[in-house]
Ligand binder design. Sequence first.
Ligand code: B12
Length: 531
Amino acid sequence: MAMRVLLVNPFYPISETPSPPLGLAYLASALEAAGVEVQLLDYVVFPFDKPHLENVLNTFNPHLVGATAVTMTVDNALKVLRAVKDISAQIPTVMGGPHVTFAARETLQGHPELDLAVLGEGERTIVELIRAITTGADLGSVAGIAYRCGREVRFTSSRPFIQELDRLPPPARHLLPLGRYRALRMPISMTTSRGCPHKCIFCAGRRMVGAKVRYRSPRLVVDEFESLANFGFHQINLADDLFTANKPHCMAVCDQIEKRKLNIRWTSFARVDTVSIELLSRMRSAGCTAVSFGIESGDPAILKTIKKGITLDQVTAAVEMCTRVGVAPYASFILGLPGETEKSIEATLKFGDRLKEKGLMYGFHLLAPFPGTAIRERHEAYGIRILSADWSDYHANRAIVETSGVSQARFNELIVAWEDEFNMHLAGIGKRIEAGTATAEEAEQLIGLERTVMIYDLMMGKAVERHGIRRRNLQSTVPAGTLAELSDRIANAENLDRDKLGNALSWAAKTGSLIWKQKGDKAGWKWRNYL
Ligand code: B12
């Protein structure tokens, strides 16, 4: 019997630089390998559209609809599942990902539109689940899930981590709208390992993927890397929890990239205590342009409380090593950690400033106490007051916690000041572009950003779909089918800045993201969705 699964990526703002949904692509490839037909709806790069969803449900007729979610997207995911149930109440729905893994009971209890939750890694579980659903087998026999049974939520036995990652088929990226992500200049991601041995109390990563790191063989890793290089993304992000965790593995991956002469920029996450000049220079010659460190705080006492296991000296040394070998160091700090006071904030800001002089680029987040983290489970003991139970507030850009020393309002003031500073920096570049004194690099940063915003608004507002399709012989002031005509029509209808619109459209056409297609008596412009 043909089995069919529809996967859903819920809305998530472009300002957070989303990558194509890798977890869903892994699930899709596992399903396809088991003979299941898969379709995927990606509401990060397509606007949600209920009639379209209805059409997909009617024509594809899935046996299961599955959504992924992190905490900040769980409400968006549930909204889609409610629409699914509205259209077709009998289709079972499932959710997976780091939110529901640690909040299955309350999510299932509070949301009748959700029937099942998959906890942890999903490749094996979803295949067994779809088989159980289509054969009517007992759900209790599928390890790693939770489901509603009357008013009760039942948990099955836990699912062991997948040991041989090499046996997983490569992520089914043919189902992802990579063309849209590429047009938006988002990085594409892949992983070389799963697992993280560290115990940072604000992170759910370790419990999600296990403390023992499991590695993929460097040859297969670089096969995938090579296939990504062909898609024409400007950058690949190695999204491992900690790519530099194991030096021989990291070096072996770099060796393979160099041996195959793959000339593509990539970035990765790292810890300051895992890098060395030797490792960083090898990464640099394999194409690594930037690494991101979590520094979290400039106060040693806080670093200790959060079990980060790094020292400020290690941070300084790592930043110096990066700039020495030419890998750009990025870092993020979290404000609002246990024990945060005005004094510790000052220490963090000062530390950041000092490192900036050494070439560090950094940003701030505010603590969001996610389900599954020690900080949430023991927030009282840590002296953290949690002020919001609304998951859509868990984006880490506004304060939802306070400590005994620092109020919510003060945290927000700090982060708003930080955002203002960044916006002023962008405005400064704008002025320098006008005056003709901007460097090529900074001009490209701002122009690229404005182009991304424009293309994103066009995509989410369906402007090309609404104004770019024409029947033949329509009268127009400019010849049909030219970019100038498209630009004209959209600018008139949507009241957009003509220059910026024109630039964005011609860049998109030049890079093959916007294409002219002719079919029967209809012709028109369309985004290239799939690569
Ligand atoms: C790389 C990474 C990023 C990258 C790239 C993300 C991407 N979409 O590719 C960037 C930097 C962009 C990022 C952004 C964010 N991230 Co992040 N990220 C990670 C990291 C290190 C790895 C994620 C990954 O790619 N894993 C590999 C894939 C294969 O695994 P997966 O996505 O988890 O999917 C598997 C399972 O979860 C499950 N599954 C997932 N979905 C579904 C759906 C169904 C139906 C089923 C059955 C199963 C299933 O099966 C999949 C295959 O095994 C994790 C840590 C971790 N190990 O989980 C944090 C992590 C996921 N991120 C986290 C957070 C908070 C964020 C942000 C909200 C940060 C922010 N404030 O903006 C955003 C949200 C992005 C988003 N919408 O997903 C948290 C999530 C915690 C939570 N409860 O919300 C994590 C767990 C780390 C932490 N701090 O605890 N992230």
